[in-house]
Ligand binder design. Structure first.
Ligand code: KG4
Ligand code: ZN
Length: 322
């Protein structure tokens, strides 16, 4: 079964086709318009999705060498609701016109299952660290659709902290890749930022962000590369610590890491050095993409799941309630 997946929950208009042998196409258009504002402007995002969606889907089908798929999947949430609705309504209309099965996908499940795109042997049970701009959670995946939250951030998502610190350093948006690059020339031990704790295995990144701000105010001559490297190291320490402790607590040694922050070179190296089987997708499948939605939708469709046209999009949709 070849499934077309459509993603439009934030600032990427994306479509991909996944079949039995893996990814057949993956087309992502990143909306540049938000860079000048320093963050995603929801109304601009919806408009840009609407302008781009047809060409993106057409290109995904063309690259996959097919005129029409066997089923259609689309992100149904969580995300900016006006943005989600563009891809979601487009997908429903396409499924209706083509008379094909349709399934709405939880964006977080798309990320969570993305490490298995290139590694079909990765089957539940496994631990899943989803680190993105909007979410930072560690789940226990016992089956497709059966996810339990083991830990989560109690305030900012890790990606949000990257974006905010990048802003303090006047680097631009999105901040994650810019900090990643700058940190390569910096000393990760230059500033000892805190590794904030929260109850149990939960995480907190808001205090870390505030510490960066105070350090910059106190010592304005700090080298930006050193600040970037030290901040990044603190985030990596927290995430690596929680993954290790969760693996011990749950008695599971397979860990799937996904979401935009999983593209971070230092985080990838740190997690891959743990005494666990760690699966991290290639860079292009870490940030938002259509292939991961096609893949997650395909897993659901293969289990016989279908949604009717009455399915509604959701701005908030916890994965453990999916
Ligand atoms: O998964 P994603 O594309 O969108 C959401 O679902 O949120 O994640 C975007 C986030 C942004 O905060 C971005 O700064 C961060 O992922 N990011 C990175 C890197 N690449 C993207 N953070 C750290 N290092 C990177 N290389
Ligand atoms: Zn995402």
């Amino acid at each position: 079964m070849k499934v077309l997946g459509i993603e439009s929950s934030c600032d990427e208009t994306a479509a991909g086709v996944v079949g039995p042998d893996g990814v057949l196409s993956d087309v992502t258009y990143t909306q540049e318009i938000h860079a000048r504002f320093g963050g995603v402007v929801p109304e601009w995002a919806s408009r840009a999705h609407a302008e781009r969606i047809t060409a993106t889907v057409r290109e995904a089908l063309e690259q996959a060498g097919i005129e029409r798929p066997d089923a259609v999947a689309a992100t149904a949430g969580p995300g900016l609701i006006g943005a989600v609705l563009v891809g979601f309504a487009f997908a429903k209309a396409a499924a209706m016109a083509w008379e094909l099965p349709f399934v709405g996908v939880n964006h977080l499940e798309g990320h969570l299952l993305s490490p298995s795109l290139d590694n079909p042997e990765l089957k539940p049970p496994f631990l899943a660290l989803v680190v993105s701009g909007g979410h930072t959670s560690l789940y226990r995946a016992d089956a497709i659709g059966s996810y339990r939250t083991v830990a989560q951030t109690v305030d900012d998502a890790a990606g949000e902290a990257f974006d905010k610190v990048a802003r303090m350093l006047h680097l631009g948006y999105p901040g994650g890749p810019l900090i990643d690059r700058l940190a390569q020339q910096g000393d990760p031990t230059a500033v000892r930022f805190p590794r904030p704790k929260a109850t149990g295995l939960n995480m907190s990144f808001s205090g870390l962000k505030t510490s960066v701000r105070s350090a910059l105010e106190r010592q304005p001559d700090l080298a930006p590369a050193d600040v970037a490297a030290s901040f990044q190291e603190a985030v990596c320490d927290v995430l690596a610590d929680r993954v290790m402790r969760a693996a011990r607590q749950e008695g599971i040694h397979r860990v799937a890491v996904s979401g935009g922050v999983a593209a971070n070179s230092r985080l990838r190296a740190r997690l891959q050095a743990l005494p666990l089987n760690v699966y991290i997708p290639p860079f292009r499948f870490c940030t938002d993409n259509g292939a991961m939605i096609a893949h997650a939708g395909r897993q659901r469709l293969l289990r016989g799941e279908r949604h009717d046209m009455g399915l509604r999009a959701r701005s908030v949709w916890p994965l453990d309630a999916a």
